[in-house]
Design a protein around this ligand. Structure first.
Ligand SMILES: [Zn+2]
Length: 305
């Protein structure tokens, strides 16, 4: 087993068979052993001194939010306790929360690499789900209001003539290390700093396999033809709800034509150059890649090794 990537170490038993048991849910929402992860405008409550960790709160601390109809999600069971995420964006001043000893609300992307794999996984699940609820207050079929059900895992339209059920979405994104012999293809997004390169990537479109998506994106962005595609590793990416699908792709051609609407540059790099970029050793190449939080980094590392 590979060491989990950031956001990929979620360890809850999601216990989906319990989500529609309303009596069980009401009991667990009030149970003193239940743990709650408060999110304020998608920032997570973190206990900062020493090693940062999620500032899980007890049922009493979040009761007023639940009673006021705040969005909550049943994350799952761990250590014999039910864990929930709750949207507390109704707090007037997040720096002065209603409970005196609360930690600080911190941006999920910046804090996740410092948390345990399980807690970073909880943040990925909580952030994607709360964000989905915030964006889906109305039915996509008839425009009527919707409400959360199944402990937060779907929303139902309140129009009795419609009653459409809506489910949280996950958007697949292929990210690929394109290789040819001892070289690999990296690109520079048009908004990247001029010394920063990464793997090519793009959304898989409806009606496409992962392999087709990889071949299309690489061809569109660089005009390189790709043959074999091999799956390597995936990563939940909760900004807002992507699933990054990391692949190795074998190039069948070498001459690059960059699509200037998507990339500032794309070129071939040797293994030694990529090794230097991963170490952020700007001296060796003058160039760099994203840090270990990025799946591109893990793909490049696997290829170099
Ligand atoms: Zn409807």
């Amino acid at each position: 087993m590979k060491k989990p990537i950031v956001f990929g170490g979620g360890r809850f038993d999601r216990a989906s068979h319990l989500r529609s048991d309303a009596k069980w849910l009401q009991e667990k929402l009030a149970d003193p052993s239940s743990r709650f992860l408060p999110l304020y405008e998608l920032k997570a409550l973190i206990d900062l001194p020493g090693n940062p960790s999620v500032d899980w709160r007890g049922a009493g601390d979040v009761r007023t939010f639940i009673d006021a109809g705040a969005t909550f999600i049943f994350l799952g069971i761990a250590d014999f306790a039910c864990h929930f995420a709750i949207d507390v964006s109704a707090i007037e001043d997040p720096k002065n929360p209603p409970v005196a000893d609360w930690g600080k609300f911190i941006d999920v992307r910046s804090i996740a690499p410092q948390l345990s794999p399980g807690e970073a996984g909880a943040l990925a699940q909580a952030r994607s789900m709360i964000d989905w609820h915030n964006r889906h207050g109305f039915c996509a079929v008839c425009g009527s209001p919707t409400r959360s059900q199944e402990a937060g895992y779907s929303r139902i339209c309140e129009n009795p003539d419609c009653k459409a059920t809506h489910f949280p979405r996950t958007d697949p994104v292929a990210i690929m290390m394109v290789t040819r012999g001892d070289k690999c293809l990296l690109g520079q997004g048009i908004n990247f700093p001029s010394d920063f390169y990464s793997c090519l990537a793009g959304f898989i479109e409806p009606g496409e396999t992962i392999e087709q998506g990889v071949r299309r994106e690489v061809l569109e962005e660089s005009n390189i033809k790709v043959g074999e595609v091999r799956y390597h590793q995936s990563q939940p990416w909760p900004f807002p709800s992507s699933l990054m699908i990391g692949c190795f792709a074998e190039a069948l051609s070498e001459e690059i034509t960059v699509d200037k609407t998507e990339l500032g540059d794309a070129r071939w790099f040797t293994r030694n150059e990529v090794r230097g970029m991963l170490e952020q050793s700007v001296k060796s190449t003058g160039l760099r890649m994203g840090g270990p939080i990025a799946l591109a980094h893990q793909l490049a590392k696997a290829w170099v090794e």
